[in-house]
Design a protein around this ligand. Structure first.
Ligand SMILES: Cc1ncc(COP(=O)(O)O)c(C=O)c1O
Length: 337
């Protein structure tokens, strides 16, 4: 699949490592576990959003934008990494922070990614309705309109459906990178486990693996909405990415695997399974997972391995999508570990 015709601006250190999780494999006694270190993409403390932003900001530069406008939860990694990327490219950046997680205190509002947003010089806006994606995107368009009125040239990265998901191309490419690494190591991968939020990572990975002719199960772990809603979203996201690429051999709906068993009460809300899995990874491998995305995906990996979803001779890749700055905003929840 040729991605070279799409505008792209380099922001990541690629390839990210694909490494064995020998200790965790031994402790769980299930399938052989590997980790794809997209927490090491290098921009603003790493994470999956850097791969996506290479394509979004490629579009922005191609269109001559001088300002980037985007939205996310208060502790959004996407918003923070957009602020970092804009700083690196010499662009102004407006980020809209949505109130999405109930019952959080001053650490949540001021540390972690919010602290970094400020360090990267982003102009911060607030939006009270974190569960209303269409309204958040409409509010973004109003910020962009205001930038335009003042003589700026904004480029908006919407998160809702119905806008070209250029970021998904980053994970079409990550699928090629990961299978190339596994092939070079002589390892047959049976499954990938990843956090499924806006769906660009999950959708891009499904399309990219299919393009490589690989029959690898992609297990999306719901971090934002229940399985039925996320399934509808991934179907649509995959379709949008496929139409950007002009894919002739679309991903069958049956390939969309999802669990919401690890979502807990909702987005950004810590669960006992997340705490246990995060602690296990930290204490067996010396690696960190975040409390919103990679920690929930990790909880699913651990739970599914214990439940015998895979046999001992299968190989499962955990896609570490980063998100680590948010750890500090969740010190109240993580401090008891
Ligand atoms: C750390 C991290 N992991 C995973 C995701 C989910 O990725 P996607 O939105 O592409 O589904 C996000 C989204 O914000 C994230 O910040």
């Amino acid at each position: 699949m040729d991605l070279s015709t799409f505008p792209r601006t380099p922001l990541c250190r690629l390839p990210t490592p694909l490494e064995p999780l020998e200790n965790l494999t031994r402790v769980l006694g299930g399938p052989r576990l590997l980790i794809k270190r997209d927490d090491m993409t290098g921009l603003a403390m790493g994470g999956n959003k850097a791969r996506q932003l290479e394509f979004y900001l490629g579009q922005a530069l191609d269109q001559g934008a001088d300002t980037i406008v985007t939205t996310g939860a208060i502790q959004s990694n996407h918003a923070c990494m957009t602020a970092a990327a804009a700083a690196r490219l010499g662009l102004a950046c407006h980020i809209q922070l949505e109130t999405r997680v109930p019952g959080k205190g001053p650490e949540y509002a001021g540390t972690g990614n919010v602290l970094l947003d400020r360090m990267f010089g982003a102009i911060l806006h607030t939006f009270p309705e974190g569960e209303d994606e269409a309204a958040a995107d409409a509010a973004l368009d109003r910020i962009a309109e205001d930038v335009r009125r003042r003589g700026g040239r904004p480029y908006v990265v919407h998160l809702g459906l119905g806008h070209p998901p250029w970021g998904g191309l980053g994970y079409v490419d990550a699928a090629r990178e990961t299978t190339g690494q596994a092939d070079a190591l002589g390892i047959d991968v049976d499954a990938v486990v990843l956090a499924s939020g806006s769906g660009s990572t999950h959708g891009g990975m499904l399309i990219g693996l299919r393009a490589q002719g690989k029959d690898i199960g992609v297990h999306g772990v719901c971090v934002r909405r229940d399985k039925a809603s996320q399934r509808a979203r991934i179907i649509e996201r995959v379709g949008e990415i496929e139409s950007l690429l002009g894919v002739a051999d679309p991903v069958p709906e049956g390939d969309i695997l999802l669990t919401d068993d690890y979502l807990g009460p909702g987005y950004g809300q810590v669960t006992p399974e997340l705490l246990e899995a995060t602690s296990l990874l930290a204490r067996t491998e010396g690696l960190l997972a975040d409390p919103v995305y990679s920690g929930k995906a990790l909880a699913a990996l651990v739970g599914m391995a214990r439940d015998g979803v895979w046999s001992k001779d299968e190989t499962v890749v955990f896609l570490h999508t980063g998100g680590l700055p948010a750890i500090f905003a969740y010190a109240d929840a993580l401090g008891g570990l």
